[in-house]
Design a protein around this ligand. Structure first.
Ligand code: ARG
Length: 475
């Protein structure tokens, strides 16, 4: 939606004017308005009004000709908003009253029937649920796009062995595509959380009115169905009170943001001179204004950085909600900016991470020269001794002593002669060399989900099929 400035017009009577003899002060008006940000909801507000007017006419609460003028008026308002011709007024407070008042300006009397059996309390939360539903679909598409980018990167680098880390210390060798697919798994659970959230939020509050429902003969099932909701919400007080769906959505956003932040951290680290495992292309890097040699992986640093605001927005909402009595409280107006910001941010993070994945190359030479260090094959050697019948705790100790010997000799396990190994323990035989070195180590992995070549090939096939890769041509 384009940016439309909020314009002030001479004061008009509020929609609740009857009871009031004075209008609010400018300070209060400026402080309370929400149209400057909730105009984001215009499409969903109009959608809800269309369904509501149609239901009111079907229930005999307005004539079909009133309904038709309302529907035509709403079409025209939507057109104007999208053409940037609509004037948003802060004296009309929020998106709901801006649209309703503009409709009244446009079609007169029939517009005054639209708010029958409806309150802004059920209206705003209906809009918000519809908005979240659409936002989740957009996020899901971006998650899939990133998964495809990561799987493509995995395919491009199939078979490359990299050091695996725990505590950021050399641990065991892993296949790079195994590592990349670990991020794809995380994203799949993220998507699952968004889908669950969407299923749970897809219930219709419209018709709950202020909090108690109405004595008028409305049909909430009809509006729920027209808006694609699973059903109307069962309890009108609950319908207008809670923002748990926003909390859940922001939690899902936060978990995804944390996943992306960790990926960002890893890639920033790998792009450093010290690691040197990957190089981002110029298309996704930036330079320094003072140091001519610099090439920085800024997009992934910003992914890491922007996760902070996504998490912060969740905390804002939690704190916002925690002290509220049932039912609607004006505090709830504060739910929108953190929500909109989180969604905008997470979408950008997903997009830029995919872009980065498409524009990095792994430095085979640097990675391979880094592999011998750190005794990555030590655990495989312990497994070798277990295969010889030695209890694991004992084999752990034997290999520990072999590593100590290596450290004293400044060499790797593979460099120890059989005699040297036998000085540690006579159990070693010639076949030990089939277990030493990162390549042999990788060959020995065979457990389900492990970094063994066949195990990772199975995982890769799973993702190719799931994400619709054409196996002959690639994605
Ligand atoms: N702008 C309000 C919000 O976002 C709409 C509902 C206002 N309801 C009320 N009774 N003042 O929450």
């Amino acid at each position: 939606m384009q940016d439309i400035s909020v314009e002030n017009k001479p004061k008009e009577q509020k929609l609740w004017g009857g009871r009031f003899s004075e209008s609010v002060t400018d300070v209060v008006e400026k402080f309370s308005e929400s149209v400057s940000f909730d105009k984001e909801l215009y499409k969903h507000d109009i959608m809800g009004s269309r369904a509501h007017a149609t239901m009111l006419a079907a229930q005999g609460l307005m004539t079909t000709s009133d309904r038709d003028s309302i529907l035509q008026g709403l079409d025209e308002i939507e057109r104007k908003i999208e053409a940037g011709e609509f004037v948003w007024r802060s004296d009309r407070e929020d998106v709901h009253m801006n649209i309703e008042a503009a409709l009244t300006d446009m079609i007169g009397e029939p517009a005054k029937k639209l708010h029958t059996a409806r309150s802004r309390n059920d209206q705003v939360v209906t809009d918000l649920r519809l908005w979240c539903r659409d936002a989740i679909d957009k996020i899901l598409a971006r998650i899939k796009h990133l998964q495809v980018a990561l799987v493509s990167l995995a395919i491009k680098n199939e078979g490359l062995i990299v050091p695996g880390y725990t505590h950021l210390q050399r641990a065991q060798p892993v296949l790079l595509h195994h590592l990349l697919l670990s991020y794809v798994e995380q994203l799949e659970r993220d998507a699952g959380r968004f889908i669950n959230c969407k299923d749970r939020l897809n219930y219709c509050p419209l018709g709950a009115c202020a909090l108690a429902g109405t004595g008028l003969p409305i049909n909430r099932f009809m509006t729920a169905e027209a808006l694609g909701f699973t059903a109307p919400m069962r309890n009108s007080i609950d319908a207008v009170s809670d923002r748990d769906f926003v909390l859940e959505f922001l939690s899902a956003n936060s978990i995804t943001a944390v996943h992306l932040s960790r990926l960002g951290e890893e890639w920033v680290l790998w792009a450093s001179e010290e690691f040197g495992f990957l190089t981002p292309s110029d298309k996704v890097s930036t330079g320094s204004s003072i140091m001519p040699q610099k090439k920085n992986p800024d997009p992934m640093e910003l992914v890491r950085g922007k996760s902070a605001r996504v998490v912060g927005n969740l905390v804002t909402l939690l704190v916002l909600c925690k002290g509220l009595p049932q039912a609607y409280n004006r505090d709830l107006q504060e739910d929108k900016e953190p929500l909109f910001d989180s969604v905008r941010t997470i979408m950008g993070m997903l997009e830029v991470t995919a872009e980065f994945a498409q524009n990095i190359s792994f430095n085979i030479g640097k990675i391979e020269s880094a592999l011998p260090a750190g005794h990555l094959d030590a655990t495989t050697l312990a497994d070798y001794l277990v295969k010889k019948g030695i209890p694991f705790r004992t084999s752990h100790d034997i290999v520990g002593r072999c590593v100590a010997l290596c450290i004293s000799k400044c060499c790797q396990l593979l460099d120890l002669t059989l005699d040297e190994l036998r000085t540690v323990n006579p159990v070693f035989e010639k076949d030990v060399y089939q277990f030493l070195g990162v390549r042999n180590s990788i060959k020995n992995f065979c457990s389900y989900g492990s970094t063994g070549l066949e195990c990772v090939a199975e995982q890769l096939n799973f993702w190719k099929a799931k994400l619709g890769f054409d196996t002959d041509k690639g994605q």
